[in-house]
Design a binder for this molecule. Sequence first.
Ligand code: N01
Length: 530
Amino acid sequence: MSYDAIVIGAGFSGLYMLHRLREAGFTARVYEAGDGVGGVWYWNRYPGARCDSESIYYNYTFSAELLQEWTWSSRYPEQPEILRYLNFVADKFDLRRDIQFETRVTAAHYQEATRKWLITLDDGTQVSATYFISGVGCLSAANLPPFKGLEQFGGEWYHTGQWPRNEKVDFKGKRVGVIGNGSSGVQSIPVIAQEAEHLTVFQRTPQYTIPARNHPYSDEFIRQTKESYPEIIPQMRESWGGFPIAPSVRSALEDPQDVRQQVYEEAWAKGGFFLSYAYHDLTMNEAANETAAEFIRSKIRETVHNPEVAEKLLPSYYFGTKRPILDTHYYETYNRENVTLVDVKKAPIVEITPKGLRTADAEYELDILVFATGYDGMTGPLLKIDIRGKDGWTLKEKWSEGSNVQTYLGLANAGFPNFFMITGPESPSVLANMPLAIEQHVDWIGDCLTYMRQNGLETIEATPEAEAAWSRHCKEVADATLYPKADSWYTGANIAGKPRSFLIYLGGFGSYRQICSDIAAKGYEGFTLA
Ligand code: N01
């Protein structure tokens, strides 16, 4: 079979890409590993999984009708509701007929003779397409650290990103261990603690987390929001992060201590990301950052009754340089009698044993072990596929050359004609409101393919010069901030052996949109079209 375009993944990216391609009259096929749509919202079914972007902004904006038809129940809905939304979208736009489920793409090779991509599926079938588009997402390659002895563990174990779909994991009466306290750990720990007989949290790096302050939406709030979308959406598109919130223009160091304290208290009371937006220089200036960091530490000391436990929970990296986390009663969970916090930086995990887990100074008996250990972010999902461009050059080879990963706009790669990445490395992606970042890439790709068809063009490829310049720009912008200093999945530091580079464009979503539009308006500057 041959298509105009093949898309991998039926999450937010793949669904909208399919819709856009079909609307423009291209033939398209989507391959999806799961047996349903949803992407990350299909796989992440761990207890407590919920959105941490406000739901009224965390949706597609391309269809005014869809915005009116769908109603979110609360500020931060749980995973089943978001999955229902994506199923609603798939039904509304009749998308399923062009999606092949339970199918993984294992390889994609560019054929120079035919100028087509030859795609291999996990059952050995091969299909071809003029355009190869990745909607694999930024966080779909689970990281299971290679702990010694996992195969001998006598209990059950799960990774948060690969949670069982058809059975409920029953924690009742069980001794449960959770390794990891990023967003997934912080969301699941309070929920598991309520059910388990005992929960032991194995923490390597304490994190800053801020109360989400979730609440149901009133009918009146929903009515007003739906009415205001025509004004809200342009604000979102032009903003730094894809939300209609203007960051403060003030420096944290401009305000006297009592005023700053008041600003932080108000942001803390509102919950969500307001604290990150409280001052413009929190991720730029060490002293400014420390004021917010110390404010959160004071909240941890206030919340956690046992001073020794509170001390273990105090983070020291620059606030905001790892993905900010929102929680529902996370620190309060450590006041429960059935919860123990273990510092595995001090006494590292040595091995998983038949009965549980052994650290350098103790052994813990466990019935269930939960790995909330994150992902090989940004590049991981693409590198799991054998992608080869011109001259058989693999994406893996390309991205391990030089000192950092290079892409053009996070959308394209020199050496890989007609291959597009939706929210690829070096685009704003995860530092913007994801559905909006996805829509912008999908629209840009859709417009580009239409332009090519109208102009009788067959191939588009980023030039090495444009790509090098974009990567340099990304690095310069990142190096002017505190972000690259943190060991996180943003930098690749969480995966042993992964080259370290800052994988997300930090220049802001609004400016990035403008850059992409200008490039298209100039006849796709920085690309070779033939
Ligand atoms: O993963 P993480 P995550 N030994 O990488 C620890 C998005 N998300 O799945 O910090 C011991 O943040 C690791 O420790 P350390 C969101 O963008 C969104 O939680 O490396 N510990 C850390 O504590 C998020 O940022 C939502 O020292 C080990 C944890 O595991 C991204 O997904 C919900 C270890 C991993 O934290 C990833 O979040 C969930 C080892 N060998 C996720 N290896 C929403 O709310 C790792 N750790 C929408």
